[in-house]
Design a protein around this ligand. Structure first.
Ligand SMILES: Cc1cc2nc3c(=O)[nH]c(=O)nc-3n(C[C@H](O)[C@H](O)[C@H](O)COP(=O)(O)OP(=O)(O)OC[C@H]3O[C@@H](n4cnc5c(N)ncnc54)[C@H](O)[C@@H]3O)c2cc1C
Length: 386
C-alpha cells in the first residue's frame, strides 16, 4: 500500500487560501447565522463564489474550468466551512455531481458541466440514495428501460443535496434488472427541465441549513442515448469512484468546521473571566484545547494526504479517502462538542456559532457513506479483501 507522506502547500496554494479567507471574512461569515436560520439557498453567496472565480476550481481548463485539483478544492471547502458548512456545499456538491461526467462522460458533457459550473450557469447534484437503499446503494430500484434510440427512466432518489437549486443531475438507475448486482446500473446526465422530472419534499434538517436536501422524482423521463454517462451497466463503478474522489472534500468540510469552532472557542475563553481570571488560564480547559488542537492538525494531514491521492491517481485512493473522511468527521464531532462545553451555557445558545458548528459536524459522519461504511472500506484494504 502507498505510504503516508509529509505535505507542504505551494506558494500559489497559500496565496489561493489567503484570497478565499478574504472573501469568507467579507461576504460569507456575516451571512452564516442568517443562512442557517432561514434555511434558504443563498443565491447571493452563490453569485459571490462565481464572481470570485471559485466556482470553477478543480475543473479542467481544457473544458472551460478554472483548473487546480482536489487539493485546491479542499482548501476552498475548508476555508468556507470555517464560517459556513452550508455554503461550503455549493462547490463541494457541484463537484460531487460533476465527477461522474469528468470520470466517464463525453467531451460534450464535460464542456457543458465544466464551463457551465465555472460561469455560474449550471449547478449539479448527485443522485444515488433511494428510500430503500442507502449504504447498500446497489440495491436501488430506479429503472431505465431502452426505448427506440433512447431510454425511459422511472424512480425516485432521497436526500439529494442541492436538489431544486441544481439544474443538472447525475442519476443512477438499473438498466439490466436480471444482471449481477452492481454490474447492472447506468449513470445518466439529466436536466431539471426534462418532462417528468420533479423535485419532491425538502427535508427539515439539524444542520447544513441553507443547503437544500430534497427528493428527486422521475416519472417516465425520456432521454436520448447522449444522456448516458460512460458505458451502459458500468454506472455503479462510476458512482463508487466518484465517492472516492469526493470524500476528501467532505473531510475538508469537517476539518473547516472543527477549525472554525476551535478558533472561536479560543478567542472566547481568552476573554471570558470566572474566579477573577480568564477561563483560558484553568488547566482543565487548557488540556481540552491541547487535545482539540492535536485532533484538528492530524485531521488536516489526513485530508490533504487523501486529496493528494486523488490528484496523483494513487491506486489506494479509496483507502485514503475513507480514512480522511472518517477521521476528520469524527474529529469535527468531538471538537465541536468540546467547544460548546468550553463556552459553558453560552455554547448552547444561538447567539454564538459553536452550536451551529456542532449541528453541522454531525452530517459529515453520515453522508457520502456513513463512518461505519468508511471503516468497512479501510478494513477491506487492510485485510486484502478486495
Ligand atoms: C443531509 C443529507 C444529505 C445527503 N446528500 C446526498 C446526496 O447528495 N446524494 C446522495 O445520493 N445521497 C445523499 N445522502 C444520503 C446519505 O449518503 C445516506 O443517508 C447514507 O449513505 C446512509 O444511508 P441511509 O441513510 O439509508 O442509512 P442506512 O444505510 O439505512 O444505515 C443505517 C445504519 O446502519 C449502518 N450500516 C449500514 N450498513 C452497514 C454495514 N455494512 N456495516 C456496519 N454498519 C452498517 C449505518 O452506518 C447506519 O448507522 C444525504 C443524506 C443526508 C442526511
Amino acid at each position: 500500500m502507498s505510504e503516508g507522506l509529509s505535505f507542504t502547500f505551494t506558494e500559489e496554494q497559500e496565496a489561493f487560501r489567503r484570497s478565499i479567507r478574504q472573501v469568507v471574512e467579507d461576504k460569507i461569515a456575516p451571512r452564516a447565522a442568517e443562512i442557517d436560520a432561514a434555511d434558504e439557498y443563498p443565491w447571493d453567496i452563490d453569485a459571490v463564489l462565481v464572481e470570485a472565480g471559485f466556482a470553477g476550481v478543480s475543473y479542467p481548463e481544457e473544458y472551460g474550468g478554472a483548473g487546480g485539483g482536489a487539493v485546491e478544492l479542499c482548501i476552498l471547502v475548508e476555508e468556507i466551512s470555517k464560517a459556513s458548512a452550508g455554503v461550503s456545499l455549493i462547490p463541494a456538491v457541484n463537484k460531487l455531481g460533476a465527477i461522474p461526467v469528468l470520470l466517464a462522460g463525453s467531451d460534450e458533457q464535460k464542456r457543458l458541466v465544466c464551463e457551465g459550473i465555472t460561469n455560474g450557469e449550471h449547478r449539479m447534484s448527485y443522485c444515488l440514495t433511494e428510500p430503500g437503499s442507502g449504504s447498500d446503494a446497489a440495491a436501488m430500484r430506479s429503472r431505465a428501460v431502452r426505448d427506440g434510440d433512447g431510454w425511459v427512466l422511472n424512480g425516485s432518489k432521497r436526500f439529494i443535496t442541492g436538489a431544486g437549486a441544481s439544474d443538472l443531475y447525475s442519476y443512477f438507475a438499473v438498466t439490466d434488472p436480471d444482471g449481477e448486482k452492481g454490474r447492472n446500473i447506468t449513470a445518466f446526465l439529466l436536466s431539471r427541465d426534462m418532462e417528468g422530472l420533479s423535485i419532491g419534499r425538502k427535508e427539515d434538517k439539524m444542520g447544513i441549513r441553507g443547503s437544500p436536501t430534497c427528493e428527486v422524482i422521475l416519472d417516465d423521463v425520456r432521454v436520448p442515448d447522449s444522456a448516458v454517462i460512460g458505458e451502459v451497466n458500468r454506472g455503479f463503478q462510476i458512482a463508487m469512484r466518484t465517492l472516492d474522489f469526493s470524500r476528501p472534500t467532505i473531510a475538508a468540510q469537517a476539518l473547516g468546521i472543527a477549525q472554525g469552532a476551535l478558533d472561536f472557542a479560543v478567542r472566547y475563553c481568552r476573554e471570558r473571566r470566572q474566579f477573577g481570571r480568564p477561563v483560558a488560564s484553568f488547566q482543565g480547559l487548557q488540556f481540552m484545547f491541547a487535545d482539540m488542537a492535536m485532533k484538528v492538525e492530524t485531521a488536516r494531514l489526513a485530508v490533504y494526504r487523501a486529496a493528494k491521492a486523488v490528484d496523483d491517481a494513487d491506486p489506494d485512493v479509496s483507502y485514503w479517502a475513507a480514512l480522511a473522511k472518517c477521521y476528520a468527521s469524527d474529529v469535527a464531532m468531538s471538537v465541536t462538542t468540546d467547544c460548546v462545553q468550553a463556552l459553558g451555557g453560552y455554547g448552547y445558545i444561538r447567539d454564538y456559532p459553536v452550536e451551529r458548528f456542532m449541528r453541522d459536524a454531525k452530517i459529515t459522519q453520515i453522508y457520502e457513506g456513513t463512518n461505519q461504511i468508511q471503516r468497512v472500506v479501510m478494513a477491506r484494504k487492510l485485510f486484502g479483501l478486495g
